[in-house]
Design a protein around this ligand. Structure first.
Ligand code: ADP
Length: 156
């Protein structure tokens, strides 16, 4: 079989937003397989459990045969290598995303030689959406539905 172009899209997805979904949809024609993977950081506090976040990812991408859902506990770059993924996918919404992502991408290419990060610039209609904002809305008792995929329901 021909070599597959596999990309890992890593994140916290706490929770998944329409911004994440739009990015994955745009990346679909570029790769043979997209592994949407939750990076578990024991130092970080999440609003939603790992099980809940995985379930929402599964529901959101259930009709996309090229998308696989996973989670990992160690380094993102090592997870890519173990998954035979030569590429990482990240989104850029603004200049502060760029500053942060540039450093991480350069580090990842050292941790695993040749690992390339592919960046997609956010479409303007999604560039204000972040999981942080969605969590704020949920904590404040607001309606987060305009920012999250239709398939998922967040019960307040
Ligand atoms: P992390 O905790 O690693 O930042 P996130 O779940 O917040 O994980 O985001 C994962 C990836 O999705 C990041 O590359 C981020 O830039 C991208 N992303 C998040 N929201 C958007 C959006 N609205 N438009 C484009 N990319 C986005």
């Amino acid at each position: 079989m021909a070599i597959q172009n596999i990309v890992v899209f890593p994140g916290s997805f706490d929770p998944i937003t329409q911004g994440h979904v739009a990015l994955v949809k745009r990346a679909l024609p570029l790769f043979d397989k997209i592994i949407v993977a939750i990076g578990v950081n024991s130092q970080k506090k999440y609003l939603f459990s790992l099980e809940q976040r995985l379930e929402w990812l599964e529901e959101t991408f259930q009709d996309e045969p090229k998308v696989e859902i996973a989670y990992y506990e160690k380094l993102t770059a090592h997870f890519c290598k173990a998954s035979n993924a030569k590429y990482l996918l990240r989104g850029l919404r603004n200049a502060s995303d760029f500053d942060y992502e540039k450093t991480i991408s350069q580090l990842n290419a050292i941790v695993v030689a040749g690992l390339e990060t592919v960046f997609l610039i956010s479409e303007p209609q999604y560039s204000h959406i972040s999981s942080t904002i969605v969590r704020e809305i949920i904590r404040g008792g607001g309606d987060a539905s305009p920012f999250i995929p239709e398939a998922i329901k967040i019960d307040l």
